[in-house]
Design a binder for this molecule. Structure first.
Ligand code: BYC
Length: 324
């Protein structure tokens, strides 16, 4: 850990670094033009950039079902949700840009596979019940992680999170509403709901990152209040919140070892298969290739739009100069 802190500049004992840490400890927000250690800036670019990419790639598994939604109302709701995800990506790219990185750089690193996005979006969405499971579990996990980030130390990130969390609550409710319909429907619909829970349970637990003992960044990120909780703390809160919701639906969490632990006031539960998690984040999950191919195709197909907008902006700027 110390070697990592030295490398990132975290062990910097300069007066600026000490004053910076004092501001963080006092709960002050850091703004773009304030002095900040290089490691703080880089960690934020990594986390905010990955978060933005997750919102953008996260449109794909749900986008898959817009044309197949069972009713016009469900289609309109899903379309609005997927549009919200695009908006979240844009707020987050803007927040990252305040740290001196361009959106083009971030996009290039996503498309080349250099930067990560959330592991969860490398799993396929096979049935309509998966739209329920994604909203309920994936957005539920996202909210659990992102509500504390509203208090993160970097001003632009914290403000983006406030807005995003409002929309995520609607997303989670729409997912749970689909699960209510499916779980309370025909035997076949209930089977689909259970199957979606079976497939999305462990990948949702993985969204919080590796166990604390394997988390590389947590200690420093928490000292800087870039992260407010450890990965395991949030995973535990998610399980404690979600198990009663599954019971209400009449569904079974696919974990034979799940038991209420009176002493800790929470559930004991099985860890996900961490070897699967590390394979997925290395690029070897079920849909990694397909997701990156889809983003690259969208980037290439959109070139004429970007070129057109740029040419238009250049013409307008030239006209303005000529008129002055
Ligand atoms: N997936 O030291 P650690 C959404 C990486 S969008 C992939 O614990 P950290 C939604 C980690 O990057 C949800 N990679 O890392 C959108 C690191 O590798 P690098 C996205 C993961 O950063 C559309 C290594 O593992 N939310 O909800 O301290 C529709 C070691 O981990 C993952 C955010 O991005 C993962 N799950 O903690 C619906 C929230 N976990 O970078 C929904 C903001 C870990 O050294 N991010 N890794 O190569 C965070 O809170 C933190 O970055 C994490 C990880 C808790 C995710």
């Amino acid at each position: 850990m110390y070697a990592q802190m030295v490398k990132s500049g975290a062990a910097d004992d300069s007066p600026e670094a000490r004053a910076f840490q004092a501001r963080i400890d006092a709960g002050e927000k850091i703004e773009p033009k304030d002095w900040m250690p290089e490691g703080y800036r880089k960690t934020l670019i990594r986390q905010i950039g990955q978060h933005a990419h997750s919102e953008i790639v996260g449109q794909l598994p749900e986008g898959n079902w817009i044309t197949r939604a069972p009713t016009l109302e469900r289609k309109a709701i899903l379309l609005a949700k997927v549009q919200d995800e695009a908006g979240h990506g844009l707020y987050l790219y803007c927040a990252a840009e305040t740290l001196g990185v361009s959106r083009d750089d971030l996009t290039r690193d996503l498309l080349s596979g250099k930067m990560k996005y959330s592991s969860i979006f490398n799993y396929p969405t096979l049935t309509w019940a998966d739209m329920g499971a994604v909203g309920w579990l994936v957005d539920g996990a996202a909210i659990m992680n992102q509500v504390p980030l509203q208090r993160t130390s970097y001003g632009p990130y914290s403000r983006a999170m406030i807005r995003i969390c409002k929309e995520e609550s609607f997303h989670q409710r729409q997912g749970y509403d689909i699960m209510m319909k499916m779980a309370g429907g025909t035997a076949e619909q209930k089977r689909m709901a259970q199957d979606a829970l079976d497939r999305f349970w462990y990948p949702s637990l993985m969204m919080f990152g590796p166990s604390d003992k394997d988390s590389v960044h947590s200690a420093q990120s928490m000292a800087w209040k870039i992260k407010m909780n450890t990965n395991d703390e949030l995973r535990q809160k998610f399980v404690d919140q979600t198990v009663p919701q599954a019971e209400y639906l009449g569904l079974t969490v696919p974990d034979p070892d799940l038991t209420w632990n009176e002493d800790k006031g929470g559930y004991d539960f099985s860890e996900p298969d961490w070897s699967e998690f590390f394979e997925v984040i290395k690029g070897n999950g079920p849909c990694n290739t397909e997701r990156l191919a889809a983003r690259n195709a969208a980037w290439d197909d959109g070139k004429w739009v970007r070129d057109g907008l740029l040419a238009h902006a250049q013409k307008r700027a030239a006209r303005k100069v000529a008129a002055e």
